[in-house]
Design a protein around this ligand. Structure first.
Ligand SMILES: [Zn+2]
Length: 499
């Protein structure tokens, strides 16, 4: 998940440069109707409310839930995507291999598979090194390594690198308070700390939103004050000196300067030393932006029996960053969606409406795949009965985020009761549910996502540690259960979900 947050970051940055109250975090604040009266709630909890599903359909949901908890298909697919195929950055041979692999797997299940073309960025990481070459009380003749990684889309330094003094600010307010010219010709470090306490409380997404504004808007802000390069403190909770990559953006009318994320530890080091005296850094980044390439969203339809033209999307994004192998971001979202089709086949379930699996391409670098889908299916938005995306890892899901009419919460209560057995019974209204389905959400399509535990997600997300071992089989099964039960419920209800 990313690009939309970066645009929010830019919006926040524009607020900053117009010198109002500074930046605002792109946090997701669940907003919902006031809770119903106690008796209504009790009735609903006991299942006394009207249900959109018959007892037989409810039993089918229970079968899907139980099968998802036992079946290793999702985990096996994740192992292949991450260990065998590996990192799947947009435009790469591995991304193409993943497209072909997932399409073949879906064909093998008997789904109706289409590869829908999308033109996607092809940015490749090069050398990325940095070392302190001058600092207070430096031992003569030594340098000191700084651990960093280029931000997605960054331009390069000269091949031999550049050397400049470092200026550190903790936030936009400190940047604004600097004297004119203070950053000119220097490297600016935006040292905004990831809010670990907020993440520990379970709201990693808000902690991420609070920091990602600096990553997204950093190059524009830094170039605006004359910096020759920009560093941002990694937007994540990792404390094993792991840098955290992610997309950044340039503005057409400001100079494009090299941009990298330093680890939290190196950000602290730079802050400490610059408070003692002048610090110079030698920075080398050699990424390249190659011409866009043709890639694909993988679409696999499990055709509806009564209303095949009406579709319910289950999805994740197939591309990943290149530092790790994209297990939690977002191999997990892809495989729990694949699992939905697999279980429908295994259990011989054919809902009234079509269940459409989508593996989106290039979410990390601008959601080009999703944008192309909106263009290609522009005339058929009303046939989209619901859209689900899983893109917040694979930890325990506490329930379902829903975006759309407030009635959706009431409507989904019987589904939540089925998911209660695996601790996934909460229904949370949210302004957005997934980056790739945001276009559908905006057009009024009821949208959903599992409410994943995000306490640990941002310790690994976009780092070299996003690997297969981070996914727990039981939690993955719970996520697959949420996806399968919800997809079936949306695809087989008599009346479509309220919109
Ligand atoms: Zn993602």
């Amino acid at each position: 998940m990313d690009f939309q947050r970066i645009y929010k970051a830019l919006a926040a940055f524009l607020i900053f440069i117009s010198a109002t109250a500074g930046c605002s975090a792109a946090a997701q604040t669940p907003q919902g109707p006031p809770p119903p009266a106690y008796l209504d709630r009790l009735n609903a909890m006991m299942g006394n409310g009207k249900s959109a599903w018959t007892p037989e359909q409810t039993r089918t949901m229970e079968r899907l839930r139980d099968a998802a908890m036992k079946d290793s298909y999702a985990l096996d697919q994740l192992r292949h995507l991450t260990d065998n195929i590996g990192p799947r950055i947009s435009g790469s041979p591995q991304a193409q291999q993943a497209v072909e692999y997932v399409a073949a797997q879906m064909r093998a299940l008997g789904a109706d598979v289409t590869l829908e073309k999308a033109s996607v960025p092809h940015w490749v990481r090069g050398v990325e090194t940095a070392e302190l070459v001058e600092w207070p009380d430096q031992t003569p003749g030594t340098t000191q390594k700084v651990v960093l990684t280029a931000l997605g889309g960054s331009v390069a330094t000269p091949p031999e690198g550049l050397t400049a003094e470092v200026v550190v600010v903790d936030d936009w307010q400190q940047l604004r308070a600097l004297p004119v010219g203070a950053v000119k010709g220097k490297i600016l470090l935006l040292n905004h700390k990831f809010d670990k306490a907020l993440a520990a409380q379970g709201d990693g997404l808000s902690a991420y939103g609070g920091g990602v504004v600096y990553r997204g808007a950093g190059p524009i802000a830094a170039a605006g004050v004359g910096a020759v390069a920009v560093l941002v403190r990694s937007v994540g909770g990792a404390d094993f000196r792991l840098p955290h990559t992610g997309m950044t953006v340039y503005a057409p009318d400001t100079e494009k300067i090299p941009a990298a994320a330093v680890t939290a530890e190196d950000a602290d080091l730079l802050k400490d030393l610059t408070m003692q005296g002048p610090v110079k850094l030698h920075l080398t980044l050699t990424p390249q932006t190659l011409p866009d390439v043709t890639s694909y969203n993988v679409i696999a339809d499990w055709k509806g029996t009564e209303k095949p033209e009406q579709v319910v999307i289950v999805s994740g994004h197939l591309d990943s960053w290149d530092l790790g192998t994209g297990a939690i971001d977002d191999g997990a979202g892809v495989v729990v969606s694949m699992q939905v089709i697999h279980l429908l086949k295994e259990l011989g379930i054919h809902p009234r409406r079509t269940v459409r699996f989508v593996a989106w391409m290039s979410e990390e670098e601008g959601s080009e795949g999703a944008a192309q889908y909106m263009t290609d299916h522009a005339g058929r938005v009303s046939d989209h009965i619901g859209a689900i995306e899983s893109d917040l890892g694979a930890d325990h899901p506490a329930g379902i985020y829903y975006s759309g009419k407030s009635d959706l919460g009431t409507w989904l209560r019987p589904v939540a009761q089925v998911l209660d057995a695996i601790g996934a019974e909460t229904l949370v209204s949210a302004p957005e549910t997934g980056e790739d389905i945001a276009g559908l959400t905006e057009k009024g399509v009821p949208s959903f996502a599992p409410v994943q535990d995000s306490r640990f997600y941002f310790n690994y997300h976009h780092t070299a540690a996003d690997t297969f071992d981070k996914v727990d089989a039981k939690h993955l099964g719970e996520n697959a259960a949420v996806m399968a039960v919800l997809a079936y419920a949306l695809a087989d209800s008599d009346e479509a979900a309220p919109r």
